[in-house]
Design a protein. Structure first.
Length: 201
């Protein structure tokens, strides 16, 4: 996918601020510091479009990026960062749940899980949540470049077992460093960010 045009349309805190269009949307979720901003920047072919930081928990709004005037990437606040206050975490959770449950334009979610580790309870809870609400989801095993290639199948098996993925559920190894998985993620996005894939809520 050639990205010719991308812009941050709005950083939203409530549905009233969401873009008023019928364009398809793909959301990106994951624990803080799992590489979400790096994955988004890799897909967008931009170094600094989504903010990356050594400080987890940087994203605190739903950031809507308009891509090629054709679809939106929605960068969702990272979850599970201890230094964010309990009140703030509750506010993030409510904001995320409202978006995922009610947004008609949402075609699917890319959930990031660190390929080096087994899924955490928070990873599992998010995956269960998405499956419960029948949101199409692609699991991206991030930082795969830090895993020996002979261990990639072990990483996938660990994620599939830990998350309770079904045989048809989709998993892709991903590396922002060497672009592994980039084309596969884009293909999945193209299949899910269209009107005919919108969920009828």
């Amino acid at each position: 996918m050639q990205v010719n045009d991308v812009e941050l349309t709005i950083s939203a805190l409530s549905p009233a601020q969401y873009p008023d269009t019928q364009l398809g949307e793909i959301a990106f979720v994951g624990r803080s510091n799992v590489g979400k901003s790096s994955l988004i920047n890799t897909l967008l072919q931009r170094n600094k479009m989504a903010r990356t930081s050594s400080t987890p928990g940087k994203t605190q709004t739903l950031n809507f990026y308009l891509v090629n005037q054709a679809l939106y990437f929605v960068d969702v606040p990272g979850f599970g960062y201890a230094k964010v206050s309990k009140k703030a975490r509750a506010q993030f959770a409510a904001m995320i749940e409202e978006y995922l449950q009610t947004r008609q334009q949402l075609g699917g979610v890319v959930q990031l899980v660190d390929a080096r580790h087994e899924p955490t309870e928070l990873d599992i809870s998010m995956y269960d949540y998405l499956r419960y609400y029948e949101v199409p989801v692609l699991v991206a095993g991030t930082k795969i470049d830090k895993v020996k290639k002979s261990q990639w199948n072990k990483s996938e098996s660990s994620h599939r077992k830990g998350l309770g993925m079904q045989p048809g559920d989709e998993w892709v190894p991903f590396s922002a460093l060497n672009k592994i998985g980039q084309d596969t993620v884009w293909q999945w996005i193209a299949e899910h960010a269209t009107g005919e894939n919108h969920r009828g809520l």
